[in-house]
Ligand binder design. Structure first.
Ligand code: 1PR
Length: 542
């Protein structure tokens, strides 16, 4: 019987869904005694090394796990499930299992953004070395490939992957043990095929194998730029959950009697389709990630009846690429008065199948508090509590800035971040909360740097001025924020044609670009965007 080990932090639902989709049965390890019934085991570790080790130790599962691996039965460790095989991690004072004698170390952020998030190449099983498959990685720590220093550990290395100028072990394989740093359950068809290969013959890993190591650092690394399809979700006037789309955040149809939209009502909430059906369409079209934003937060539901949880659950059942969920990730109170801290809200989404949560308004307040404390984190914000439990790669901050125009001779507090237009206008990028309804005295750069300090793993950078306009991304904004942080930045708002993605990647260095309207209205397809990027020599996943 195949068993899965869930240590209670992170999205393990997606792995369970993908195993079911492939037609296999499994049970969960619940007590130490369950290990004796397992004939094979997958440990889909998601999150932070320290919380994984602590959690296993608290539940008395750490030593039985070691005994299981020592027994020679097939073991497949994913991400943290692979990392726990190593001796130690820079991320944690607790030691790992020490089966592979080398450390897990943090990526250097001197030449690149950390965490390493996205689709990167790894050459496993039947893939040809010239045409490796792309898998989804999301981690800040890795086993660096260093056979001179750690010759014994190098014998475990089955595949390596390059990120920037660093070569790391993306798969281990020896005897009964197999492990991947990437997430096959989030790697679309390639990931499902890999899982199927292991599930159909877990014992086959016992066969001696030729490792597929590429020793030379390639001048360019294999990480691809990501294309993200975003769905803004809210209840329409009839109470149904729909994907909507605003123009500069106004999601109501413009009053237009000629088009049948009554002038008196100001128009209904724009309805562009059902969230799960649209998400499925984008998965099939090759989206690298999907993002669902709950733009009204459904304040009247208790957490466990949140309509968005059902949407995430249904999407995660059949869409095997990363899923970000945003909106309402903050301390809340159920209608019966029960307090639900942000960490609990986020946990509910991770259990439903989300891989990342995106925090909007609450991040602005957290950075305002951080600045009032002189820039010293105190561990209490939603960003910190969620990043501590799930790892910083699970926390996205969504920024909703708007241009604040000032006189050309402005010398105020935001003078150092002023952008000047060709027509002599000058502006800075002002943060807003509550979907753009309220402006705060905080710039997008200050917010980005503040959330980097607090432990966010990625920035989703919107622009209220460009949202829904089709005029192209705000390249000044992207470049400004991108050069002020060391974490990945996702460009958002304004995409109107494939060339806009090319200019965003080539001119600002962002790691991903997101669009909504052009995809919903089928004006431009994801395939067309990727073709244009490929033609412009931008590395993308097929
Ligand atoms: O504040 O933590 O509850 O989060 C609320 C979330 O909802 C934030 O991520 C915020 O950006 C989003 N949001 C709130 N109100 C709106 C609105 O439109 N009225 N949507 C809204 C923001 C922006 C993008 C959009 C891109 C691409 N949507 O996600 O999809 O601009 O659009 P385009 O390609 O059509 O130009 P909290």
């Amino acid at each position: 019987m195949l068993f899965l080990l869930d240590y209670g932090a992170g999205n393990v639902t997606s792995l369970a869904n993908s195993i079911r989709q492939l037609g296999y049965d499994f049970r969960w390890i619940e007590t130490p005694a369950d290990f004796s019934e397992a004939t094979s085991l997958i440990f889909p570790g998601v999150g932070a090394f320290e919380s994984a080790i602590q959690h296993l130790a608290r539940r008395g599962l750490l030593e039985p796990l070691r005994a299981f691996i020592d027994s020679g039965r097939p073991y497949f460790g994913i991400c943290i499930g692979m990392q726990v095989l190593f001796e130690s991690s820079d991320e944690s004072p607790s030691p790992g299992l020490g089966i592979i004698p080398s450390p897990i170390q943090r990526f250097s952020d001197e030449d690149k953004s950390v965490p390493h998030i996205g689709w990167n190449s790894a050459n496993l099983f039947d893939a040809s070395p010239q045409d490796p498959a792309y898998y989804y990685f999301v981690h800040s720590y890795c086993a660096k490939y260093n056979p001179e220093k750690y010759p014994e550990a190098a014998q475990w290395a089955y595949a390596t992957t390059q990120y920037g100028q660093e070569l790391f072990v993306s798969s281990v394989r020896k005897g009964n043990v197999f492990g991947t740093q990437f997430h096959p359950e989030k790697s679309g068809a390639a990931g499902l095929a890999l899982l199927d290969t292991w599930l159909s013959a877990p014992d086959a890993t016992h066969a001696p194998v030729e490792p597929r190591i590429s020793r030379a650092l390639n001048p360019s690394h294999g990480l691809t730029k990501r294309i993200v399809a975003c769905m803004d979700v809210r209840a329409n006037d009839a109470g149904d959950l729909v994907v909507t789309k605003g123009d500069q955040y106004d999601v109501r149809e413009k009053a237009d009697p000629a088009a049948g939209v009554a002038a008196t009502t100001g128009g209904a909430v724009r309805n562009l389709g059902k969230p799960v059906a649209l998400a499925a369409r984008y998965y099939d079209a090759g989206a690298d990630e999907l993002c669902l934003l709950n733009i009204t937060s459904f304040r009247h539901s208790p957490l466990h009846d949140q309509p968005m949880l059902a949407v995430v659950r249904a999407a995660a059942e059949r869409l095997f690429v990363p899923l970000t969920i945003g909106g309402g990730i903050k301390d809340t109170v159920d209608p019966d008065g029960t307090a639900r801290p942000a960490l609990e809200v986020a946990s509910a989404y991770f259990r439903a199948g989300a891989d990342k949560v995106s925090i909007g308004s609450e991040a602005v307040y957290a950075v305002e508090r951080l600045r009032a404390r002189g820039g010293v984190p105190d561990g209490t914000s939603a960003i910190e509590t969620i990043a501590h439990a799930y790892g910083r790669q699970a926390v996205v901050v969504s920024i909703d800035p708007r241009r604040a125009y000032v006189d050309a001779d402005y010398t105020g507090p935001h003078a150092s971040e002023l952008v000047r237009g060709p027509d002599g206008t000058a502006w800075w990028y002002q943060c807003t909360v509550s979907g753009g309804r309220e402006a705060r005295d905080l710039s997008a750069v200050e917010l980005a740097q503040g959330v980097d300090t607090l432990g966010a793993g990625e920035i989703l950078l919107n622009s209220i001025d460009r949202d829904g306009t089709g005029l192209g991304f705000d390249l000044d904004l992207l470049a400004l924020v991108k050069r002020s942080v060391r974490i990945p930045v996702v460009a958002s708002s304004g995409a109107g044609k494939a060339a806009h993605f090319v200019e965003a990647f080539q001119q600002t260095g962002v790691e991903a670009a997101l669009a909504a309207g052009i995809f919903h209205r089928e004006e431009v397809g994801i395939g067309e965007v990727k073709d244009a990027l490929r033609a412009a020599q931008v590395n993308v996943r097929r």
